[in-house]
Design a binder for this molecule. Structure first.
Ligand code: TPP
Length: 808
C-alpha cells in the first residue's frame, strides 16, 4: 500500500500479463486507433458531421479496463473509446453507428443518435424504464460535452458505494451493489481540471471518503492552450499534493503520476489504486502524463497550427501504441513481421465493420427515399411540372449520403409545385409524411420525461384526510412529519444539504431526523451546490432516492448548469437508457434582497425541461408533492415558500401517504369577473387583493397553478377563462419571465385567446433584483395594492362608469 506521492518510473520488469493477453490488448488498442483514423476520414468525406476521438490515450485505458469490474461505474468524457471497447460496453460497430447518428438503439445503444460521437453510456434501464441489474454491467454514466461536467455526478456514483456498504438496510438491493464494493472511475482532460467543478468534486469525494479513481489524461494541451495557461505552475501533480493523504490516514487521496505510454507502470498503478479503493474506500487520483493526440483535438481543426515541429516529433516518438508495439517486440512476444500482419488484418477488420455500420444506418433511409421517389414518379406522367418533378426525384435518389430532412424537403417542394393540380399521388405523399411524423417525433423527441409506469404523471392522487383532531401545526412541522414518514418507509431515501443534518435544515424541516435515522440518511454537506446536485445525480443513477437540498433558491444558479446539461437531459439523451430520480428541495419566493429573493423562476423553468418544477403555496401542498415524487422516477425541483414555515396549517392524518397530482391547478377562490393565475407565495397576496376587489364589486377567480412544469395538463385555467373572459398572470419573477410563460401556455397553447373580452395582462416583479427591506420588497414585487389596481384597470377598461378610477 502506498501513502505517498509516487512517481512511477519506466520499468524493465515484464508485464503481469500472459503474452497472448498483451498481444490481444495491443490489437484492441490498434483497432481503436484505426476507428479514430477512419472516423476522421468519414467526417472529412461528409458522411458524418463531427468527430472527436480517443487516439493517443489507448494504453492507459487498457490498464484501467483490467481493474474495472461489473457493478463499477464510469463517468468520463469523449476520449474513452478504448476503455469502452475493452470493458465490452461499446463496439466498433456502435462507435461508427454513433458517428453517423444512427437513431436505432439496437445499433447505437448509448444515445440513439442524439449525442455526437464518443458520448458513451450504458443502458441501466430496460425497455419499460425499469432498472436492469447494474451488477451485471460495466456501467457508464451518459457523457456530456461541457468539459468537467462528468465530475459532479462522480461524487454520487462513488458515495453510493459507501452508503451501500455502511447502511445495512441497503444490503437487500443486490441489483445495485455488492456491499459497496464498487469503484467509480472518473476521467478528465488536463485542461478541464481548470474548471471549478473539478476541484469541488475532488474535495467532496475526499470529504465523503468515497471510492473513486480519477484519471487525468494530460497531453499538455486544451485544444491549443498549453498547461502554462491552464494551471498554476503548469503542473497538476504539484497542485494536487494537498489532497494526498498522510501515511495511515483515511483523509485524502493516493496520488499517482505515471507516463501514458508505459504499460507496465500503468497496470501496476491501476492495480494498486483499485485494490485500495475497493477494499478501503480510499480514493485515488492518477495523473497520466506524456500523452499525445496524434490527430489533434477533433475534426474541427489541425494541431499543426499550434504545436511546434519538435512537439509533433516527440508525439510521434512517444505515441503509446508505438511504445507498446516496441515493448512487445522487445519482450519477444511477436516479431515485427507478425505485428505488421496483425495490423493489416485489424485495419481491414475495422474498415469492414465501418462499412457494415454505414450500411445499417443508411439502408432504412434509402428505403424511405425510394418510397417517396416512387410516389413522386406517379405524378410525373400527369403533372404539368414533370420536368421539375424529375429533378426533385433524381436529386433524392442520387444522394450518396441521404438524410431524412432531404426527404422532407423533397416532399414539401413537390407539394408546392403541384398544389393547383388534382393529383391522387399528392394525397399519398401527404399520407406518407403523416405516417412518418410520429416515428420521427419518437426518434428525436421521446423520453424527455418518464414514459414508464412510474412517471410522476401516473401517480394517482390521494386526498389528504382530516379529522376534527387533526392538529394545527407550523408549516415546518408538517414537512417534518412528511420527511419522517418517507425516511421510515424507504431506506433508499437519503437527504442531504447545507445545515440539513445536525440542525435539521435552516427552517427545521428535518429537525430531529438525523438522530432518528443516522448521519448517513440525513446529512450535512459543505457549501458546494454543484456537487450537492452531482452527488444526488450519481446516487440516483445507482438506485437511491436522494433529496438534495439547495438552501435558498437563488443559489440554485450555481448548480443550474449541471441540472440543465446533465440531469434534465439524462433520460432523453439516452433515449430511455438512464434515469436519475432526484428531488431537489429548495426554498424561495418572497424573501428580501438581491440574493435572497427566490424569484428567478423563468431562468429555471426554461433551462430544466426534462425535470418537473413544483411551486406549492404551502407546506401541506409541498408534502403532497414530495409523496408523489418519491413514488415516481422523474427528477424534480420543489420550491417551498420561504415565509410559510411559521404559518400554521392543519396536518393531514395521512401526511406520509397523500399524493397531489402534478399539472393540476387549484381554484383557491371562485369568482366570475376575472381569472387571476398565480403560484407560490403570491397566492396569499392575490387572495388578499381579491377580498378587497370584492368590496368594490369585482369577483376574481384565483387559480394556483401549483406546478410550472408540467403546466395545467387538463386546461383547468381555460375553463375558468371561459367563465370570466378576462385574465391576468401574476408572479414575482421578471417581466417577460414566468408570467409570459404562463400567458403563452393559456392564451396560445390552450387557445385562450378565443375566449378573451379584454387584452390578457401580466403583473410580474421589477426588472431588477428585489431591493432589501420591506419597502424594497414592496417596490420590487407585486403587492396587494398593485394587484388590486392591475385587476381594477382591466375592469375599468370594460366598464368605466361602473369601475371609475377612484385612485388617480
Ligand atoms: C465548458 C466547456 N468549455 C469549452 C468547451 C470546448 N472544448 C471542448 S474540448 C476542449 C478542450 C479540453 O481539453 P482537455 O480537458 O485537456 O481534454 P482533451 O480534449 O485534450 O482530452 C474545449 C475547450 C467545452 N466543451 N465545454
Amino acid at each position: 500500500m502506498t501513502d505517498t506521492l509516487i512517481e512511477v518510473k519506466e520499468t524493465e520488469s515484464k508485464l503481469p500479463l500472459h503474452n497472448g493477453e498483451i498481444l490481444q490488448d495491443y490489437r484492441l488498442a490498434y483497432r481503436s486507433r484505426q476507428a479514430s483514423l477512419i472516423g476522421r476520414r468519414e467526417v472529412m468525406s461528409g458522411k458524418a458531421k463531427f468527430g472527436i476521438f480517443g487516439d493517443g490515450k489507448e494504453i492507459v485505458q487498457l490498464a484501467m479496463s483490467k481493474v474495472f469490474q461489473k457493478g463499477d461505474f464510469r463517468s468520463g468524457y469523449y476520449r474513452d473509446q478504448t476503455l469502452m471497447f475493452a470493458i465490452g460496453e461499446a463496439t466498433i460497430q456502435s462507435f461508427f453507428a454513433q458517428l453517423y447518428a444512427h437513431t436505432d438503439i439496437q445499433y447505437e445503444p448509448a444515445t440513439a443518435g442524439r449525442a455526437m460521437n464518443a458520448h458513451f453510456a450504458t443502458r441501466s434501464l430496460d425497455e419499460n424504464g425499469e432498472w436492469n441489474n447494474l451488477m451485471e454491467l460495466h456501467n457508464s454514466a451518459a457523457d456530456l460535452s461541457p468539459t468537467g461536467s462528468q465530475m459532479p455526478p462522480l461524487v454520487g456514483l462513488a458515495y453510493a458505494s459507501r452508503l451501500y456498504r455502511e447502511l445495512e438496510e441497503l444490503h437487500q438491493f443486490s441489483g445495485f451493489s455488492d456491499h459497496g464494493n464498487e469503484i467509480a472511475f472518473g476521467t478528465i482532460g488536463n485542461a478541464s481540471t481548470s474548471e471549478g467543478m473539478f476541484w469541488e468534486t475532488i474535495n467532496a469525494i475526499g470529504v465523503l471518503k468515497s471510492p473513486a479513481i480519477i484519471t487525468i489524461y494530460d497531453d499538455g494541451y486544451g485544444i491549443s492552450v498549453t498547461n502554462e495557461h491552464q494551471m498554476l505552475k503548469g503542473n497538476l501533480s504539484e497542485l494536487l499534493q494537498g489532497f494526498q493523504r498522510t501515511p495511515g490516514s483515511r483523509d485524502g487521496y493516493d496520488i499517482y503520476t505515471v507516463n501514458g505510454w508505459d504499460y507496465p507502470s500503468l497496470l501496476e498503478t491501476y492495480r494498486r489504486a483499485a485494490q485500495i479503493a475497493r477494499a478501503e474506500h480510499i480514493p485515488a487520483i492518477i495523473h497520466v502524463i506524456e500523452l499525445t493526440q496524434p490527430q489533434g483535438h477533433s475534426t474541427s481543426g489541425s494541431h499543426e497550427r499550434y504545436k511546434s515541429k519538435e512537439r509533433l516529433k516527440w508525439e510521434e516518438e512517444f505515441d503509446c501504441l508505438r511504445k507498446l508495439r516496441q515493448l512487445i517486440l522487445d519482450l519477444g512476444i511477436a516479431s515485427s513481421e507478425e505485428m505488421d500482419e496483425f495490423e493489416k488484418e485489424d485495419r481491414k477488420g475495422v474498415e469492414e465493420i465501418r462499412k457494415q455500420a454505414w450500411h445499417d444506418y443508411v439502408t432504412p433511409i434509402q428505403k424511405e427515399t425510394r418510397e417517396v421517389s416512387r410516389i413522386i414518379d406517379q405524378m410525373i406522367s400527369t403533372s404539368a411540372h414533370a420536368e421539375r418533378l424529375i429533378e426533385i426525384k433524381n436529386r433524392l435518389v442520387s444522394n450518396q449520403n441521404p438524410l431524412r430532412r432531404d426527404i422532407q424537403s423533397a416532399i414539401h417542394e413537390t407539394l408546392m409545385l403541384v398544389r393547383d393540380e388534382q393529383l391522387p399521388a399528392a394525397k399519398d405523399l401527404i399520407q406518407w409524411r403523416e405516417d412518418h411524423k410520429q416515428v420521427n417525433e419518437d426518434r428525436y423527441s421521446s423520453q424527455l420525461y418518464s414514459q414508464s409506469e412510474k412517471s410522476a404523471l401516473r401517480v394517482t392522487g390521494i386526498q389528504p384526510v382530516y379529522s376534527p383532531a387533526s392538529p394545527k401545526l407550523y408549516g415546518f412541522e408538517i414537512l417534518n412529519a412528511c420527511f419522517d414518514a418517507a425516511l421510515k418507509r424507504d431506506p433508499r431515501v437519503i437527504a442531504f444539504g447545507e445545515d440539513l443534518g445536525r440542525l435539521g435544515d435552516v427552517n427545521q424541516g428535518f429537525r430531529g431526523l438525523q438522530e432518528k435515522y443516522g448521519e448517513l440518511r440525513v446529512s450535512d454537506t459543505g457549501i458546494r451546490e454543484v456537487t450537492i446536485l452531482g452527488q444526488a445525480i450519481g446516487m440516483a443513477m445507482r438506485g437511491l432516492r436522494p433529496i438534495a437540498e439547495i438552501q435558498y433558491l437563488d443559489y440554485l444558479l450555481y448548480g443550474l448548469q449541471i441540472l440543465s446539461d446533465d440531469l434534465s437531459t439524462l433520460l432523453w439523451r439516452t433515449r430511455g437508457g438512464q434515469k436519475a430520480p432526484v428531488i431537489v428541495r429548495t426554498r424561495g419566493h418572497r424573501l428580501e434582497g438581491i440574493w435572497h429573493s427566490g424569484s428567478l423562476m423563468a431562468g429555471i423553468i426554461h433551462l430544466v425541461r426534462g425535470m418537473h418544477v413544483l411551486v406549492p403555496r404551502n407546506m401541506t401542498q409541498a408534502a403532497g408533492f414530495y409523496n408523489t415524487l418519491l413514488q415516481s422516477d422523474d427528477p424534480a425541483i420543489l420550491v417551498e415558500v420561504l415565509n410559510g414555515y411559521r404559518i400554521r396549517e392543519q396536518r393531514p392524518e395521512n401526511v406520509g401517504e397523500f399524493c397531489l397530482p402534478l399539472g393540476v391547478p387549484e381554484v383557491i377562490r371562485e369568482g366570475s369577473d376575472i381569472t387571476i393565475v398565480t403560484y407560490g407565495a403570491c397566492c396569499r397576496i392575490v387572495l388578499e387583493a381579491a377580498d378587497q376587489l370584492s368590496k368594490v364589486g369585482i369577483e376574481a377567480e384565483v387559480i394556483d397553478v401549483q406546478t410550472l412544469l408540467p403546466f395545467d395538463i387538463h386546461n383547468r385555467i381555460l375553463d375558468s377563462l371561459k367563465k370570466t373572459s378576462r385574465i391576468i398572470f401574476i408572479d414575482e419573477d421578471v417581466p417577460g419571465g414566468t408570467t409570459a410563460y404562463m400567458l403563452q401556455e393559456v392564451i396560445e397553447k390552450q387557445g385562450g385567446y378565443f375566449w378573451l373580452d379584454s387584452p390578457p395582462r401580466t403583473l410580474p416583479g421589477s426588472q431588477h433584483r428585489p431591493a432589501y427591506g420591506s419597502d424594497g420588497d414592496y417596490w420590487s414585487k407585486p403587492n396587494v395594492e398593485s394587484v388590486f389596481e392591475a385587476v381594477y384597470e382591466i375592469m375599468h377598461e370594460t366598464d368605466p362608469s361602473r369601475y371609475p378610477l377612484f385612485y388617480i
